[in-house]
Ligand binder design. Structure first.
Ligand SMILES: Nc1ncnc2c1ncn2[C@@H]1O[C@H](COP(=O)(O)OP(=O)(O)O)[C@@H](O)[C@H]1O
Ligand SMILES: [Mg+2]
Length: 278
């Protein structure tokens, strides 16, 4: 099984990264994919929104996994044991949770050898076990986000429709380019995803036009837009996806469309790749 690792990245908080990670992940699982979600944020919003009330009480979370990689980079029996620490969610995905100790781990990475690739080394063991691994990034361009970009094949950038991202996006793209140049030459940007789109205002449309004008030649803007809805806001307290919480709502429909778009991108790329190899 080929494993696609997708990082959901934006250094701005509150743009819909975590919501997209959870619902795209569960959307892919519903489409028959094998999905692992990895919570790379010390705030652990993804873990909490998937029903883990107190991540800091878990015996083993991402900082422990990364610490093991740092202590011993030989793949062996000990490391395989870590699979048992994944949490299975009733909607058909697995999760490697995070907790606040991940922030101390980030600090200790600064002095570590191969500090940018610790996450990539950890995820190595899941290659072939999952078709998709989604990485929920923290709202910074720090070492954890760099680790996610170094581990990923592809990047999705959620952008909140009402706020023009101008400078922030430029900085993010520079970071992606730098990681591509120095660590991960195959990293691709899948696209910019407009989130929390309020159809009652013109902001969203104006932002979309501006984004397409500025970056359209270089970066895809997903044709799916995620609408703003209180139903979407409710799910993080429920521990379930929008598909379980409000299956007939517009946000569920949007995340289903996004899932299709993401899978189509893969197919297209696969065809291009096989064409080239002939
Ligand atoms: N489509 C949406 N409509 C309304 N609220 C949303 C939507 N998507 C996310 N939210 C809410 O917006 C806030 C930020 O979303 P979140 O996914 O946590 O962003 P990030 O991970 O980028 O910080 C959360 O309170 C979340 O419940
Ligand atoms: Mg988040």
């Amino acid at each position: 099984m080929n494993t696609e690792i997708i990082a959901v990245v934006n250094q701005k908080g509150g743009v819909g990264k975590t919501t997209t990670c959870a619902n795209l992940g569960i959307g892919l699982a519903q489409a028959g994919k094998e999905v692992l979600l990895v919570d790379c944020d010390p705030q652990a919003s993804l873990s909490i929104s998937l029903g883990i009330r107190q991540p800091d009480r878990l015996p083993f979370t991402l900082p422990d996994a990364m610490a093991q990689v740092l202590m011993d980079d030989q793949p062996g029996a000990e490391e395989r044991k870590m699979d048992h620490h994944l949490v299975s969610h009733p909607e058909g995905i697995d999760l490697m949770p995070s907790d606040i100790r991940l922030s101390a781990m980030e600090v200790s990475l600064v002095n570590a050898m191969s500090r940018e690739t610790v996450l990539r080394q950890y995820l190595q063991r899941f290659k072939g076990q999952y078709s998709h691994i989604l990485l929920d990034c923290p709202p910074t361009l720090g070492m954890l986000t760099i680790n996610a970009l170094a581990a990923a094949d592809r990047v999705i950038i959620p952008v909140q429709a009402e706020y023009l991202p101008a400078k922030g996006l430029e900085q993010l793209l520079q970071t992606v380019n730098k990681v591509r140049r120095q660590i991960n030459p195959n990293l691709k940007i899948d696209g910019i995803l407009m989130t929390m789109v309020d159809n009652r205002t013109n902001f969203a449309r104006e932002t979309a036009v501006l984004l397409r004008d500025t970056y359209g030649a270089k970066i895809k803007v997903f044709s799916t837009e995620i609408p703003h809805s209180v139903r979407a806001k409710e799910i993080s307290a429920k521990g379930k996806s929008i598909f379980a919480h409000d299956p007939n709502g517009k946000v569920a429909e949007a995340y289903q469309n996004l899932t299709q778009e993401v899978m189509q991108l893969e197919k297209k790329r696969y065809i291009v790749r096989t064409d080239i190899s002939r």
